[in-house]
Design a protein around this ligand. Structure first.
Ligand SMILES: [Ca+2]
Ligand SMILES: [Ca+2]
Length: 681
């Protein structure tokens, strides 16, 4: 028969699918609900599609429209099972527009404007218009989307409103928004900004606040907690000193219970620490204990304060380093160019850190990412506007920091990471935001270029500093001013690659008769028991998730629902008559990329006793079966175990003899060729 695929493409697709199915069950959902994907803010996305070869061949999906209105500083989100089962990309803009876009084509599923963005009248700041800046968060259990919007309901009036929307419809949930200035004592909306990503831990939404560019007014670093199921339940913490903004784009990290933030420089302290330049761990609420176990500031915090040398330009990243003492760490990165390691369970107050290293000659003010390979634990960070770098955290007592790699890359985006399985094929991605405006990928262990930015189609416009991309289903989404861009690895077309008729031969194992997809059908020579039962297994290029099968030719019927597992679809048949051609047609088979297979018929010649598969049962089949009597059932002789008992004996010979003279009957008879006979074995 003519093979429908080249050997090469078949081989590559098979490898790719094997990796995919080993890691990601076809029905496992993928969601990016928050900044850098996890509570820890690690920025790690496990996606088996991001092999080095696929990553190198990344290309923008120019059919993805992604048109939105407004400037974008916030990371997009990705939520599956939206309206009609569609996956959605959530994007928010400084024009206070919120969008759910179809993740496949970028069309708008729903959109909502949540109030007039601020364009004038603030005492300082550098984002105009000003609306939604911090990265939103989704609570999947309630399918709620939370964000902070700055609005000006009337000239000279400024509000921070914390919204909760139904993520599937865009409707505002009951009891929201929360007017922060109205419920948080001392909160002055005109001088507080909301740039850090929101967090959720233990049913509480945490929203961080800092000041504006220019540090005007008596703002404070703040963390506001709102009970997700009771928006009237609000608790808030603030630095005791003025300033101390929580403004790093990563915002709030947590280990599931306690929120962590990093603060910036404070003012007028006279040297008495008042919450600035610190990593702070809260009890749920948020409640700050004041204990040295729950905060850390470098011993030179007062000097840093006076130089506007914020510790808090890059949010906390929670990292576990197996074998290190302590092993549960917080990584903080400062404008002083230092990386600090802290003991997550005892931060230490104003004291020396667990470890530190001067890792950059420039201010570090982006969100970092962390990952672990067979080479160890890494933190990737933007060391300057022209350098992306990574350092190692070495297991030890205490753990230590050593530099790993550094590459030249112009821009100000925050890095994020892909891995095919959480350990291997680690790729650090970053956008040259406000720089070359291209996406770049680097080997996580070496910094070697994996993806060099693409060509004409891959050049973006409207990229913003601090921002970062997300990864889902073989795609990278990047939200920029007025447009969300989608990049995709080469996705194999959904194709049926093979079909078999499968039977288990007792203790001898399971044996498949190939059913060629074109040319003469394969011949099923085994009995179907009292009710004519058979099983067919179809294998595809990609993982498949749904679809139907029906008998469209011959006598027999589908039994039960098709079973989908990885890249296979299993169909059970019953009432299948002998000596006929049976055709099963697959319809609506859909893969994990939402590709649908065209209706595909697969035929099989049912002919009990035709052990050599030539379309007739005669003395040759009898002789062939007799010759195997007493032999173990193997892949080369299983056809002669015609009753699939697991042994070849006189019973099989008798069955073949009883069917002798049989052939495929009209009108289902089809011509046989010598090639088909060969593939029938
Ligand atoms: Ca024969
Ligand atoms: Ca047998």
């Amino acid at each position: 028969m003519k093979h429908p695929f080249s050997i090469f493409s078949f081989f590559v697709a098979g490898l790719w699918v094997a990796v995919l199915s080993a890691v990601l069950p076809a029905n496992a959902s993928v969601n990016v609900t928050q900044h850098h994907n996890h509570d820890s803010r690690d920025g790690l996305y496990i996606d088996p599609a991001f092999t080095p070869t696929n990553a190198a061949n990344l290309a923008r999906d120019t059919n993805f429209t992604g048109t939105i209105t407004g400037n974008v500083y916030a990371q997009p989100l990705y939520i599956e099972n939206g309206p009609g089962g569609r996956a959605m990309v959530i994007a928010v803009t400084e024009s206070n527009n919120v969008y759910a876009l179809d993740a496949a084509n970028g069309s708008i599923i729903w959109q909502r404007n949540v109030g007039t963005a601020i364009t004038s009248g603030l005492p300082c700041g550098n984002i105009i218009p000003l609306g939604i800046t911090g990265t939103p968060i989704v609570d999947l259990a309630s399918r709620s989307l939370f964000f902070d919007a700055e609005t000006t309901p009337s000239a000279g009036t400024f509000k921070h409103l914390i919204y909760s929307l139904n993520v599937d419809t865009g409707d505002i949930n009951a009891g929201w928004p929360v007017d922060v200035g109205a419920v948080v004592s001392g909160f002055t909306s005109s001088v507080q900004s909301e740039r850090g990503a929101l967090g959720i831990a233990g049913g509480i939404l945490y929203v961080p606040y800092g000041g504006r560019f220019g540090d005007c007014g008596s703002y404070r670093g703040r963390l506001v907690g709102v009970q997700m199921n009771n928006p009237a339940g609000v608790m808030a913490w603030a630095t005791t000193a003025t300033g101390g903004g929580v403004w790093g784009p990563g915002g709030v990290a947590s280990e599931g219970t306690n929120p962590f933030v990093v603060t910036g420089n404070t003012f007028g302290t006279g040297g008495t620490w008042g919450g600035g330049e610190a990593v702070i761990r809260f009890q749920p609420g948020p409640i700050f204990s004041g204990s040295t176990t729950d905060y850390w500031a470098p011993t030179n915090w007062f000097t840093l304060d006076q130089g506007d040398t914020d510790l808090g330009g890059s949010g906390p990243v929670l990292v576990d380093v197996p074998g290190a003492t302590p092993s549960q760490l917080v990584v903080a990165l400062g404008k002083d160019g230092n990386a600090y390691l802290l003991n997550r369970s005892n931060l230490g107050g104003v004291s020396a850190p667990v470890a530190s290293l001067h890792v950059s000659g420039s201010s570090i003010i982006q969100a970092a990412a962390t990952y672990r390979t067979n080479q160890g634990t890494y933190v990737a960070f933007r060391a300057s506007t022209s350098t992306l770098a990574a350092f190692h955290i070495n297991a030890g007592n205490p753990p230590t920091i050593t530099t790993a790699w550094s590459v030249s890359q112009i821009g100000r985006g925050s890095p994020f990471v892909t891995s095919t399985d959480g350990t291997n094929n680690m790729i650090v991605w970053v956008v040259g935001s406000e720089g070359d405006q291209r996406l770049h990928g680097y080997d996580g262990d070496t910094g070697a270029v994996v993806y060099a930015g693409g060509g004409v189609n891959e050049l973006m416009i409207g990229t913003r500093k601090f921002n970062t991309g997300i990864v889902a289903r073989g795609r990278i989404y990047i939200a920029n001013d007025n447009k969300v861009y989608a990049f995709t690895v080469p996705v194999p077309a959904l194709q049926l690659t093979s079909a078999v008729s499968r039977k288990t031969h007792g203790a001898a194992g399971t044996f498949d008769i190939p059913l060629p997809l074109s040319g003469s059908p394969g011949v099923e020579c085994r009995t179907g028991g009292a009710t004519g039962d058979y099983t067919q297994v179809f294998t595809f290029t990609n993982n498949v998730t749904s679809g139907n099968a029906s008998v469209t030719g011959g006598i027999g019927s589908i039994s039960g629902m098709p079973v989908f597992s990885g890249n296979t679809m299993t169909v059970n048949l019953t009432g299948v008559a002998n000596a006929q051609t049976l055709t099963v047609t697959l319809s609506g088979v859909t893969d994990e990329f939402s590709q649908v297979l065209p209706d595909t018929p697969v035929s099989v010649d049912m002919l009990i006793g035709d052990t050599n598969g030539n379309g007739v049962v005669n003395a040759t089949d009898v002789a062939q079966t007799k010759a195997q009597v007493g032999q173990p059932v193997t892949s080369s002789n299983f056809r002669t175990d015609v009753n699939a008992s697991g042994i070849i004996n006189a019973t099989d010979v008798a069955i073949v003899k009883a069917h002798s003279g049989g052939s495929i009957s009209a009108p289902h008879a089809r011509a046989r060729s010598s090639a088909a006979i060969a593939t029938g074995h």
